[in-house]
Design a protein around this ligand. Structure first.
Ligand code: LLP
Length: 425
């Protein structure tokens, strides 16, 4: 689905002009297409028809509660990694029985909150964590469902920072110790190990690594069952890649067909935790050109968004397409750097990008910003975080207000004796 399209030379999100939104709500501005996200969810859900499955949106990619509520209404489950994410889901009114809790460092209170909320299951990442969950569940008089995250040692062929399934990573437990692990865990009374979990990385564009990991999962399930363990679920994690530039990622149907083939007849429920696939291309960051700085060696387009709004280019050298909100054929193509106002050389959105030199005040859209965009924003340089707008057809929802100066110092205090005295220096 292409929710961001030019109509009469103006870029729209569904039926709403981005220029109008920028005028009304200011910039930098995150704009999401709700129907784009919902369509992606439906497409993947449909593709797995005929196989017992549950899609748990990985909410770390975009955790705005209006979006979460709409997804929950659509029937989505959720993959969470913190107490804060659990809190957001409650505020969104999500069904807790469709929530899976992952992460290598779950704290005591986060575990307690998860049990109290009645989530579907915990993905355990270490033996000490298994002991901790067992102890806490026991103290609450509960038995909780868990699976073990297994590291299948598969090369996801993606950026090193977002590759998680080879043995060098901190994630999961080595597949080689699974037999022993499940045996030891079967002695813990307050947890019930009913599955395995794998997540090999993010922004994976080829089907090969997924199939490789799935085959390893099936092999493991069969072995564990033969050893007498009651394995009901396989969680294949997230990782489906999207188009940022010229990638050609797998489609929902290809992905589902390949996994169905591997899991056919195995009698398991398949859990998935896609994040980027769902929301990545469903969002843009709208920004205004503050200055155009031309020099002999290089031209800089200085915009009002910065690395504090979208850190992916700086952190991963990630490519994000940048396009004007008003289509124009005027002006020569130039190689420019698109940069933000923050005092860091790494504060850029594009380097040596071939584009028409925009004019001061012109509005641009930074594409594919719906995943790992706003959620990774900070207040660096005391910049308030941008507003988030959710577009649903012709409806405009202010899903999050722009932060004001007062928001920047909320929670901070100055004791009287530290205050500068008037009239003295
Ligand atoms: N499940 C687990 C256990 C994960 O660790 C992740 C992402 C996902 C699911 C969702 O993966 P996805 O479907 O979105 O690929 N900030 C980085 C990406 C970090 C990925 C962290 N884990 C970026 O901006 O590229």
């Amino acid at each position: 689905m292409d929710s961001f399209r030019y109509k009469n030379g103006r870029l729209f999100a569904e039926n709403v002009s981005l220029e109008k939104l920028a005028q009304r709500y200011g910039t930098p501005l995150y704009v999401y297409s709700l129907n784009h996200v919902l369509e992606n969810f439906r497409a993947l859900d449909r593709a797995f028809k005929g196989m017992d499955h549950l899609i748990c949106f990985s909410m770390k990619v975009n955790s705005n509660i209006a979006l979460l509520a709409a997804m929950a209404r659509e029937g989505s489950g959720f993959d969470i990694v913190s107490g804060g994410e659990l809190y957001r889901l409650r505020r969104a009114g999500a069904d807790m029985s469709k929530v899976v809790f992952a992460g290598v460092g779950k704290s005591e209170s986060e575990i307690r909150e998860g049990i109290q909320a009645g989530i579907f299951m915990f993905n355990i990442e270490s033996w000490p964590e298994a002991l901790r969950i067992d102890r806490i569940a026991g103290s609450m008089g509960k038995q909780v469902k868990v699976d073990f995250r297994i590291n299948p040692d598969v090369d996801a062929k993606t950026h090193a920072y977002i590759s998680t399934g080879n043995k060098e990573n901190k994630f999961g437990l080595p597949i080689g110790i699974a037999d022993e692990l499940f045996k030891n865990a079967s002695r813990l009374k307050n947890i019930k190990v009913t599955g395995i979990h794998l997540h090999i990385g993010s922004q994976i564009t080829q089907i090969g690594p997924f199939v490789q990991a799935a085959r390893k999962a099936v092999g493991l399930v069969r072995r564990l069952r033969a050893l007498g363990h009651d394995i009901q679920t396989v969680n294949m994690g997230g990782g489906i890649g999207i188009v940022y530039d010229r990638e050609s990622p797998v489609s929902a149907t290809q992905f589902a067909a390949a996994l169905k083939k591997v899991f056919q007849g195995e009698g398991i429920k398949l859990l998935l935790e896609p994040g980027r696939y769902m929301a990545g291309n469903a969002g843009v960051l709208v920004t205004k050109v503050e200055y155009v700085k031309e020099s002999r060696s290089k031209d800089f387009v200085i915009v009002d968004a910065a690395m504090n709004d979208l850190i992916r280019p700086m952190l991963y050298g990630a490519f994000h397409a940048i396009a004007p909100l008003r289509k124009s054929s005027k002006g020569r193509l130039r190689k420019v750097d698109v940069v933000g106002p923050i005092c860091e050389s790494g504060d850029f959105f594009a380097k040596d990008r071939k584009m028409r030199l925009p004019a001061e005040g012109e509005l641009l859209a930074i594409h594919s910003a719906g995943a790992y965009g706003f959620v990774m924003a900070s207040n660096y340089n005391s910049r308030g975080r941008a507003a988030e707008i959710l577009v649903d057809g012709s409806k405009v929802i202010v899903a999050r207000k722009r932060e004001l100066y007062a928001d920047l110092v909320r929670g901070e205090s100055v004791p009287a004796y530290l205050r500068p005295r008037k009239g003295r220096r």
